[in-house]
Design a protein around this ligand. Structure first.
Ligand code: NAD
Length: 494
């Protein structure tokens, strides 16, 4: 205790921004700030208000301009969970903050604390590295026809490269041995395919770290069943969101998961879980997730001694059987406490070491920031070879043959109707009458062998002709060859 006090007295204060959030947010933030203060964290705190109150006051982004100014000043954000009102009109503020500040890497350590916390997985110590900016979380969605909505999944080469490098650098910095990537590239060959191939390329530069890949469905099953086989798990945004909750929950409680969102110039620290409105205001929430997020923040801002002190006191609290309700287990829990009682118990143990759980040793090295620099890829040769024209059409009982026969009467230059799909399945030519059709048709116009270049003027002319013929065009998607390779998916059955 004395050693830590001596070290922290000499530290200069680091300015951080704090948001108390919604639901259980204010309760767990109060507990976390009290623990950090008692441990001697040297912080100058700027408090901002974000979340539900702002949404309801008409700020549909959930954040006011002055809050952005504070984040620009401090560049370090400790955030309690916030409530995203369901339904239209409100964007997730979490996603907005992560993307606006370029917080591309989300690290979520999920560790079991056997035998002090009840878990089916006594040997579990993994870190989910979730890509934080891309994927379906671009939030670009449209209703396109009476029956069909779409969400755009964006995966970029620099995004994949940055997060793959981050995962390997993280493994090196924290002494981890293996990085596992999980994707669904048997189905999404271009988007998840890019994530996977970029991972494979980057992995070659880290021969000291083992690498492996899983299709995400079996990978998720293995993670839930035998988490001890995993070390660092790298996932695109959506799978990472889901699987990090699974991983945190099977350690004993989702309330145990802390999370760091890291970018080149900013960082945000939070709990994995949400605002838990079902238990808000009752003083029973587990503050551990946010405390563990704050510990990652203290390491990041160069106060590893304070982080170490809190982490070890937190271990000792669990070892002593002091549990919030979510961890309560007959025979294991010695004392059931509320949110502030748990914080008091951690504070009372500052300076103590765990007896069984591993002593956390945050040396100066682990405080070093992971900086990723990537070089832009050389430009590829790009050729337009066709167009997918999407139509809203619900005539004649959505008879695919009738629509195909009508459309095939129209052509411009090399562009003629080659195939038509409904929800991705080929329905013309020679569709199967059993295929269920909606009012949303993808009509592919290319040259016969898809290999003749076409001009965009031809695409415009074709769109014009179809529009004048009465077809309702929803959108067009250019079909491109990059470096002489087709860069679009074929229709199922094409
Ligand atoms: P949630 O994580 O808030 O709660 C899920 C379940 O876990 C609930 O039963 C809750 O009581 C329990 N739980 C969560 N944290 C706990 C803790 N610290 N201690 C004890 N029990 C805890 O998920 P949800 O109910 O799906 O979402 C509620 C709201 O939170 C939604 O508006 C959602 O958008 C938002 N959310 C915010 C964040 C964030 O701010 N980072 C993350 C996820 C969800």
């Amino acid at each position: 205790m004395l050693i830590f006090a001596a070290l922290t007295n000499n530290m200069t204060k680091t300015r951080i921004t704090v948001a108390h959030g919604d639901g259980i947010g204010p309760e767990i933030m109060e507990a976390t700030l009290r623990v950090m203060e008692a441990a001697g964290a040297q912080l100058e705190i700027e408090t901002i208000e974000i979340g539900e109150k702002n949404y309801l006051a008409g700020f549909t982004s959930g954040i006011k301009p002055e809050a952005w100014e504070s984040l620009d000043r401090t560049k370090v954000f400790l955030k309690a969970p916030i409530t995203t009102p369901s339904g239209g009109g409100y964007k997730s503020l979490n996603v907005t903050i992560r993307k606006t500040l370029g917080l591309y890497a989300n690290t979520r350590p999920c560790i079991s604390y056997h035998p002090f916390v009840q878990t089916k997985h006594p040997v579990m110590d993994l870190v989910v590295v979730r890509e934080n900016e891309e994927d379906t979380y671009a939030g670009i969605e449209h209703q396109q026809t009476n029956e069909v909505t779409q969400c755009l999944k964006l995966i970029t080469q620099p995004g994949c490269e940055k997060i793959a490098r981050f995962a390997f650098e993280y493994a090196r910095a924290y002494g981890r041995k293996k990085v596992t990537v999980m994707v669904k590239d048997n189905i999404m060959k271009l988007t998840d395919g890019l994530f996977h191939t970029t991972f494979d390329e980057v992995a070659k530069e880290y021969p000291d770290i083992e690498n492996e890949s899983y299709i995400v469905d079996i990978g998720a099953a293995r993670l839930a069943d035998t988490p001890e086989r995993f070390d660092v798990v790298l996932l695109p945004n959506l799978y990472g969101d889901i699987l990090s909750d699974v991983a945190a929950q099977i350690t004993g409680s989702v309330g145990l998961g802390g999370s760091a969102n890291i970018g080149d110039n900013f960082a945000m620290f939070e709990a994995i879980h949400g605002s838990a409105p079902d238990i808000a205001g009752q003083g029973i929430a587990n503050p551990s997730g946010l405390i563990l997020g704050a510990i990652q923040m203290l390491v990041y801002i160069g106060q590893p001694e304070v982080a170490e002190n809190i982490h070890n006191a937190w271990f000792k609290t669990l070892e002593d059987g002091i549990h919030t309700g979510d961890l309560f287990t007959e025979g294991l829990t010695k004392e059931k406490v509320g949110t502030q009682g748990f914080a008091d118990a951690v504070i009372a143990r500052l300076g103590q070491r765990p007896k069984t759980l591993p002593f956390m040793d945050y040396n100066k090295d682990s405080a070093k920031k992971i900086q990723i620099n990537i070089k832009p890829k050389p430009l590829m040769k790009k050729e337009l070879v066709g167009v997918d024209i999407f139509l809203d059409w619900n005539k004649d009982n959505k008879n695919a043959k009738m629509l195909g026969d009508l459309l095939s009467q129209h052509s411009v230059g090399n562009l003629e109707l080659i195939v038509m799909t409904n929800r991705g399945v080929k329905v013309w030519p020679k569709g199967n009458p059993a295929t269920f059709c909606t009012d949303h048709w993808r009509c592919r116009f290319t040259s016969k062998d898809m290999d003749q270049p076409v001009s965009y003027q031809d695409v415009i002319a074709l769109s014009q002709i179809l529009s004048e013929a009465g077809f309702d065009i929803i959108k067009t998607e250019n079909l491109i060859r990059f470096d002489d390779k087709i860069a679009f998916s074929l229709a199922q059955g094409q």
